[in-house]
Design a protein around this ligand. Structure first.
Ligand SMILES: C[C@H]1O[C@@H](Oc2ccc([N+](=O)[O-])cc2)[C@H](O)[C@@H](O)[C@H]1O
Length: 480
């Protein structure tokens, strides 16, 4: 089957580097890597990383080599508002993103801009970060600046990248900055504040900017493909609870018919909280007014999808007596040995996984327009990346199966254009179509085998399993 033109094939990266240049303020990842380098697997930081800040011309050349038609990137809040507050706008930061946007548009590459990809200005963290309800207004002020400065040219905005990774990993575990483990409380407070922040940013776009700018504004979560371990009713319910916690907590308030948090999860947390002696539930409900304000505030459903697992109550082993979101649902997961393993412990290649996740989203929210805003595979260093090639071919085939069944899939973004600072894993896991040499001050980029395969898929709109690159020399095709 030929890939329809509506399925864009594009690549994505974060713009790391120049951490303290041209007026940028400190963010929570700068703070974490500088104050606690041991927290990062290779004790590295994003100070220079792939250095997109200085190498953006080469990056755009790579986009043209691949022939992509859209580029998703995030804006660093503290590059635009160094302290997080909108009283002062850093014009040098605005100028940097202006250059990228203008330059990619010249080559007919559409920007898709994420407002928040985990890099909170450190000053705001010191005021409680996503646990402080005032942050909804701080984020809305920031969003307004972004629409004002870039919305004349950017027609696709995403408010948040991955609610759960912001809230659970940052505030209920130590696996992402700011690493505040608030035992079954942090994630739920953060989730509520995030939903309100998103809704405010959406309403501002919708009311003040959409009438003249005419773009779209959406939300992106991470969702794995969950399948029941057995065909028992219990395991089907385990899948439902797992999806409620890992993404429904963030998307039901926006996309479900009635709004608000997922019902079963909400009731379970209330019951568990009472049994644990809490005088009130650890998950505080929205008011009816808030529910109505949040419901319907997304023009599309963005999903970052990588992996999947088999799910069951029988696989759960209680970690400890300390309250936690995982303990609230009591569901465990496993992935069979035979599924290919990437360089990341959490990423295995589940058969038909893109199809399964898209069907799960459709079952939950109907025919909402969906963008796969990230999808990719990690390897270690090296440009021979057969694992990534196999992964992309299978993922795109699985997306085509979903399209065939009428799933409203609008676009596909590969993660990532090039290797980058991979959070707690530092530079030990590589996701790039292009390899970056982090030992080289020039941060030379070299196309991997997967870059040639991806280019061929974009060019022919076909997935040809026999295709091999003729050489490892990349050129820009006419018209790009
Ligand atoms: C590799 C990219 O991962 C994205 O985040 C995740 C992390 C984990 C899962 N998961 O299903 O377990 C999904 C998405 C992140 O947005 C990006 O920055 C990269 O780190």
């Amino acid at each position: 089957m030929k890939i329809p033109v509506l399925l864009l094939c594009s690549a994505v990266t974060l713009t790391w580097g120049a951490w303290n240049e041209d007026g940028k303020g400190e963010n929570i990842w700068d703070y974490l890597t500088h104050t606690n380098p041991a927290a990062i697997e290779d004790q590295s930081s994003g100070d220079v990383a792939c250095d997109s800040y200085h190498k953006y011309e080469r990056d755009i050349e790579m986009m043209r080599e691949l022939g992509i038609d859209s580029y998703r990137f995030s804006i660093a809040w503290s590059r635009i508002l160094p302290n997080g507050f909108a009283d002062y706008v850093n014009e040098a930061g605005v100028a940097y993103y202006d250059k990228i946007i203008d330059e990619i548009l010249k080559y007919n590459i559409e920007p898709m801009v994420t407002l928040y990809h985990w890099d909170l200005p450190q000053k705001l963290q010191e005021m409680g970060g996503w646990l402080n309800p005032l942050i909804a207004d701080w984020f809305a002020d920031y969003a307004r600046v972004i629409y004002e400065r870039f919305g004349d040219r950017v027609k696709s905005f995403i408010t948040f990248n991955e609610g759960r990774q912001i809230c659970y990993e940052g505030y209920d575990s130590t696996s992402k900055a700011p690493r505040l483990n608030m035992s079954g409380i942090g994630e739920y407070i953060c989730a509520k504040n995030l939903a309100l922040a998103h809704a405010k940013a959406y309403h501002i776009y919708n009311d003040e900017f959409r009438p003249t700018q005419g773009g779209v504004c959406g939300y992106t979560i991470a969702a794995g493909s969950t399948m029941p371990l057995t065909d028992s009713e219990e395991d089907a319910y385990a899948v439902e609870l797992h999806d409620q916690l890992s993404w429904g907590l963030y998307t039901d308030p926006i996309f479900s018919k009635d709004g608000g948090f997922p019902k079963e999860l909400f009731e379970l947390v209330a019951k568990k909280s009472a049994a644990q002696g809490f005088p009130r539930s650890r998950l505080t409900d929205f008011t009816e007014e808030e529910k109505a304000y949040i419901r319907g505030t997304s023009d599309f459903f963005g999903v970052n999808h990588y992996s999947g697992a088999l799910t069951s109550f029988s696989l759960f082993s209680p970690p400890s007596v300390v309250p936690s979101p995982g303990d609230d649902i009591g569901v465990g997961q496993t992935a069979p040995e035979e599924w290919p393993q990437s360089a990341s412990f959490w990423l295995k290649q589940m058969p038909d996984s893109v199809y399964i996740v898209l069907k799960n989203i459709q079952r939950r929210y109907g025919d909402v327009p969906i963008y796969i805003t990230e999808n990719g595979w990690s390897t270690h260093e090296g440009i021979e990346d057969e694992g990534r090639v196999a992964y992309y071919r299978a993922a795109l085939e699985s997306a085509l199966d979903a399209l065939d069944e009428g799933i409203n899939l609008k676009g596909y973004y590969a993660w990532s254009l090039m290797d980058n600072f991979e959070w707690m894993a530092g530079y030990t896991e590589r996701f790039g179509l292009y390899e970056v040499n982090f030992d080289d001050p020039e941060r030379t980029r070299t196309p991997r085998k997967s870059a040639f395969i991806y280019k061929q898929i974009i060019k022919t709109r076909m997935i040809d399993h026999e295709y091999e690159p003729e050489s490892y020399v990349m050129t820009i095709d006419e018209g790009h």
